[in-house]
Design a protein around this ligand. Structure first.
Ligand SMILES: Cc1cc2nc3c(=O)[nH]c(=O)nc-3n(C[C@H](O)[C@H](O)[C@H](O)COP(=O)(O)OP(=O)(O)OC[C@H]3O[C@@H](n4cnc5c(N)ncnc54)[C@H](O)[C@@H]3O)c2cc1C
Length: 328
């Protein structure tokens, strides 16, 4: 019997498995897809909340701590696995933010690196930006990371450990419980439809947007909803921008190799992950307002992912209360 069974091998499950493995614990981690192929693949990899001052203090504390440990995590993973997740401190330029005053006082209270900058700063940083911006908020220490590579590096790191068993294409299909706790879980191998029961001392659900439905069967309510985000990808010979640009919740993220990501929509349409022409047009119209030359470029790819969304933006981290009978 393993010490921990982790359900979901997205960024959260993979990181958790790696931390727990360091303690010597025996870990089983299952995913119904390939590890790191859902939201953690689809995201933009900005290592910061988008408008960081709009979150509660606990989220700020957690995000600030994470931002500080990222460089070390990336360096360790690169050394261990040879995969470079391309952590780049590109900075974040927030144009025409409606609540600049609140942002600046948050930054001062939190001792965060944020300054109000004028048009001469803006256009010296990003000469190809649309011409109408006269002021912005600049956070020079915000980074972005190639999230698919980060997940690949984490997966490889886990495969190198002999106390971690990663089971891909294995779906948790049922939780079996007694009055107060999960006793076993039923896992189905998706390629053969073979089912087996797995028992662990502790069960951890890092199953992203699917967590609500998974735990509902055990009578536990977690208010996580799938929030679809669509993205566009452009490719340039030479990058037309060097920083992350953000306005009205739409952003452009430059990657080292000439790719530029444009995101993202927020859609409440259940587990539907299809991409739409409407979203493509909407995203194109938004980002052309940042970088006019994008009007002449065709995106080379469009995709969608499902964020695990909560009403107040707070993540669920902690112990699940003793199980109750499901309420019908
Ligand atoms: C378009 C878009 C842009 C984003 N941009 C950013 C950004 O720039 N910066 C940022 O910080 N965040 C961003 N995010 C959010 C970020 O991607 C997510 O918060 C993060 O990836 C969540 O990770 P996770 O491990 O919780 O979930 P996921 O990566 O979704 O992983 C959950 C895993 O659980 C598995 N699973 C579910 N049910 C079962 C089951 N029954 N049995 C077995 N396995 C199961 C799934 O297959 C999946 O692999 C973005 C998201 C999207 C969609």
């Amino acid at each position: 019997m393993s010490d921990f069974l982790i359900v979901g091998a997205g960024i959260n499950g993979l990181l958790l498995a790696r931390e727990l493995a360091e303690t010597g614990a025996e870990i089983v981690i299952v995913d119904k897809n390939k590890a790191g192929s859902e939201s953690s693949w689809a995201g933009g990899g900005i290592v910061s909340p988008l408008y960081p001052w709009r979150y509660s203090t606990p989220v700020t504390d957690l995000a600030s701590w994470s931002q500080q440990v990222y460089p070390q995590l990336i360096a360790e993973l690169f050394e261990e696995t040879g995969i470079d997740p391309e952590y780049v401190v590109s900075g974040l330029l927030m144009l025409a933010a409606a609540d600049e005053k609140a942002a600046l006082s948050w930054a001062q209270a939190q001792r965060r690196n944020m300054e109000k900058v004028d048009s001469s700063f803006i256009y010296s940083k990003e000469p190809r930006l649309a011409s109408e911006f006269s002021s912005a908020l600049w956070m020079s220490d915000v980074a972005n990371v190639r999230n698919p590579r980060l997940c690949r590096a984490l997966k490889k790191s886990l495969l190198l450990k002999n106390n971690v068993n990663l089971l891909e294409q294995c779906e948790l299909v049922a939780l079996e419980k007694d009055e107060v706790q999960i006793s076993t879980v039923r896992i189905r191998q998706l390629d053969s439809s073979r089912e087996e029961r797995i028992k662990a001392n502790n069960y951890i659900f890092s199953s992203g947007a699917w967590t609500h439905d998974l735990l509902k069967s055990a009578g536990v309510t977690i208010n996580v909803k799938p929030v679809k985000g669509q993205m566009l990808l452009y490719k340039f010979e030479k990058l037309p921008l060097s920083t992350i640009l953000l306005t009205q919740s739409r952003y452009l993220i430059p990657r080292k190799d000439g790719h530029v990501l444009a995101g993202s929509t927020m859609e409440y349409s259940g587990y539907d992950k299809s991409t739409t022409k409407e979203a493509k047009e909407e995203l194109r119209n938004s980002v052309v307002k940042l970088l006019p030359e994008l009007a002449n470029e065709e995106p080379i790819r469009q995709w969608a992912g499902l964020r695990p969304g909560t009403e107040d933006g707070m993540p669920y981290i902690g112990q699940v209360p003793p199980l109750r009978k499901p309420v019908c």
